[in-house]
Design a protein. Structure first.
Length: 336
């Protein structure tokens, strides 16, 4: 057991990293407010050459900071592609400064950030990003996949499983060397993670249970659905009554909702942290009538805000102009 880095706001009474079933657990007791609010974004990783950032990324950071201050956000989830185009090679890379620290510099964003890797991060060394957790007080990346538990008002609980979909599914798109790997590079490591995911889904008695990964299960965007996730992850999300799955990878905002045996499963994509792509290439590749919302506009980015209370989880998509584009509510889980 080791105490996490200091510098967190006082609303976090205790932050611990524990090794549980091969992956860390980050557990927090949260604030005295009537709800816990956090922000979700992905694919904000700038550019590999000067100025190492994009106009969309800068605009997103400004609105992210405004929202964090106004809503008293407790933390940020960053769902991969943290550094374009080829990740970073070591924990001393200047990209941490030029693409992250110099862009998301605002005081309201000096709250805990929780990271996972995307396909572009895997082109470099993900371990370097994990090691950067010892450098930055707000950069929390304890392992390739891990669990976060938040205590909500009135002793309600939020569990978040952050997973590495590249380890599970492979490099499903062309790599810098032009190589595609459909399926995991390390089958054993993938199976260990699959077992960890199902065990933690099964064991969770939280009032809200989220899973976050880089690849989407379903998407109408250019990259589209991820076969290994809709064939293997979706069934266990339903089986263990997960609240929702969060992702990036396609550079837009989407809400897709599927139905099975009288139950719903919600998929939220928040992937335009640095770029926006308007293509709906895979509109016919998702289940019929499952698309609830899509937003993409050239030069406009966005992110999601989650507001979680005793009685509901409210999700908002907010663009880089500060406009709320979409809202949705989900009730707490009902476990049998």
């Amino acid at each position: 057991m080791c105490l996490m880095n200091g510098g967190f706001p006082l609303i976090f009474v205790l932050v611990l990293t524990l090794k549980v079933e091969g992956a860390p657990l980050v557990q927090n007791t949260d604030s005295t407010h009537d709800s816990v609010r956090f922000l979700v974004l992905a694919d904000w990783g700038g550019r590999p050459r000067y100025p190492y950032k994009t106009k969309v990324q800068i605009d997103v950071a400004q609105q992210l900071a405004i929202t964090a201050e106004r809503e008293n956000a407790s933390f940020v989830l960053s769902l991969g592609d943290n550094f374009y185009m080829n990740g970073v090679r070591n924990m001393l890379s200047s990209r941490f400064q030029t693409t992250f620290e110099d862009v998301f510099y605002q005081e309201s964003l000096h709250i805990p950030w929780y990271f996972i890797a995307g396909n572009h991060d895997h082109y470099g060394r993900v371990l370097a990003q994990i090691q950067y957790s010892s450098v930055s007080h707000r950069w929390n990346f304890p392992d390739f996949y891990y669990k976060i538990t938040k205590t909500l008002p009135k002793d309600k609980v939020l569990d978040i499983l952050l997973i590495d979909t590249v380890m599970l599914c492979g490099q499903t798109h062309a790599t810098p060397k032009g190589k595609r790997v459909f399926g995991p590079e390390d089958i054993h490591a993938a199976e260990v993670q699959w077992n960890w995911i199902e065990q933690n889904l099964k064991d969770s008695t939280a009032d809200y249970l989220l899973v976050g990964g880089h690849y989407p299960v379903y998407s109408i965007g250019m990259n589209g659905p991820t076969e290994c996730l809709y064939t293997r992850l979706e069934p266990i999300l339903y089986k263990h009554r997960a609240t929702a799955y969060l992702s990036g990878h396609d550079h837009n905002l989407q809400h897709i909702q599927t139905h099975k045996d009288g139950k719903n499963m919600d998929y939220f994509i928040s992937g335009n942290g640095a770029w926006s792509k308007v293509l709906q290439t895979n509109l016919d590749a998702v289940p019929e009538k499952s698309l609830r919302f899509f937003s993409a506009e050239k030069g406009v980015g966005g992110f999601a805000m989650f507001d979680v209370s005793e009685t509901r989880m409210k999700i908002k998509f907010i663009d880089s102009n500060g406009v709320t584009r979409y809202e949705h509510e989900i009730k707490p889980r009902k476990l049998e």
